[in-house]
Design a protein around this ligand. Structure first.
Ligand SMILES: [Zn+2]
Ligand SMILES: [Zn+2]
Length: 377
């Protein structure tokens, strides 16, 4: 029997540049804290004088050189307008040698020739960033403690879509003390909103309850463990079928735990490795943790803003076949009045075409409520 490799709980690559070997998140955090000085992960701003003195010693330079360096590298030396004038932040000087400004100028020129302005999604992303970077909580109890671990979690598009996109749909930052159930609640997936049934005889009777209210079972799968959502009496253990199937075929045994009782810091994971989130029976999303690090003073320190959404992909919406303006709300089949089968209509066009002013059904067709994938755009 091969000797068991000693586990260091420090991430090492298993597949170079792709994923690490499994490590325990909280132990990794402890290992970090053991090696760092408290001021390296403290939220307090660094003591400038102590930093300068340290720098002088480490670089072997004298006080005068240090003073010169400070003047040359000062932010004030980057000003490209007279000190007493209010700068125009949109104006990029033509003769700039700074790469960031050259790139910015290129982008500005491109935008001015192509007449494209920022769309609402970009504005929303900017707004979100402004609201969270370096944010401090109003109430002290909402401050995330120093030395907390922060994970970047990517949730991919559901694999049930006909065009499965291999790119993250949502990216979250979560701390080690968050539970898996909190991640589950933050994931927006259109299959949670579906309403099942045929409603052509009375489209007003579409019930308000959604799949999410009916079918609450779900699980995450990390490193051989199924983490089931068991928060509600309706929840079922939907991982048991797979566990028993695997057992009957002599696969390594899988175990189970509850997602509401499991915090990220309790997990043993590989960074960069694809795991699974499954809900609504067969809606399966890959979940990849791409970073695990300690909290920094420039991060958003307000616990109430987490799980913090830092990226959400935008999906093309399917428009109504009649007006081509509004997003589809009804999906009809065997429809004599429709140009195609199946066909998509917005609520207004659907009702105008298929019902008389008294609300009586015209012709033969079946109608199903439709929720567009872009519902969360
Ligand atoms: Zn889903
Ligand atoms: Zn329409």
């Amino acid at each position: 029997m091969a000797a068991c490799e000693a586990k260091t709980n420090i991430p090492e690559y298993e597949v170079l540049d792709i994923n690490t070997k499994p490590f325990h998140i909280d132990t990794f955090r402890t290992e970090w804290l053991k090696r760092l000085q408290p001021d390296q992960y403290s939220y307090e701003p660094p003591d400038e004088e102590a930093f300068d003195a340290n720098f002088v010693t480490e670089m072997g330079i004298d006080e005068d050189t240090m003073a010169d360096l400070k003047t040359i590298c000062s932010v004030d030396s980057l000003l490209c307008h007279p000190k007493d004038e209010q700068p125009d932040t949109d104006l990029v000087p033509d003769d700039s040698t700074l790469s960031t400004l050259i790139q910015r100028k290129k982008r500005q020129d491109y935008r001015s020739t192509h007449k494209c302005s920022k769309n609402r999604h970009e504005h929303y992303a900017d707004e979100l960033e402004r609201a969270t970077v370096e944010r401090k909580p109003e109430a002290v109890e909402h401050l995330i403690p120093e030395g907390e671990v922060l994970l970047t979690i990517n949730v991919f598009y559901a694999a049930v879509f006909e065009k499965f996109k291999v790119r993250p749909y949502m990216t979250f930052l979560m701390t080690g003390s968050h539970t898996l159930a909190e991640l589950r609640d933050a994931i927006c997936c259109v299959s949670d909103l579906q309403v099942c049934g045929e409603f052509s005889n009375n489209p007003d009777t579409v019930p308000d309850f959604l799949s999410k209210d009916h079918f609450k079972s779900a699980f995450f799968f990390f490193e051989g463990v199924f983490y089931n959502d068991m928060r509600f009496p309706e929840c079922q253990d939907i991982s048991i079928t797979t566990i028993e199937w695997a057992k009957s075929r002599n696969f390594p045994t899988f175990t189970q735990a509850k997602m509401e009782d499991t915090r990220f810091q309790d997990l043993e994971v590989k960074v960069g490795y694809p795991y699974l989130y499954c809900h609504q029976g067969d809606c399966e999303h890959l979940v990849i943790i791409t970073d695990v690090r300690l909290m920094h003073r420039d991060d958003c320190l307000d616990r109430t803003t987490y799980p913090l959404l830092i990226h959400k992909d935008r999906i093309d919406t399917n428009k109504c076949a009649a007006c081509h303006v509004y997003i589809g709300r009804w999906h009809t089949t065997n429809d004599q009045l429709a140009p195609s089968d199946p066909c998509l209509f917005c609520d207004k066009c659907f009702r105008m075409l298929h019902y008389d002013p008294q609300g009586n059904k015209l012709g033969q067709f079946q109608a199903f409520p439709y929720i567009d994938r872009g519902a969360f755009n």
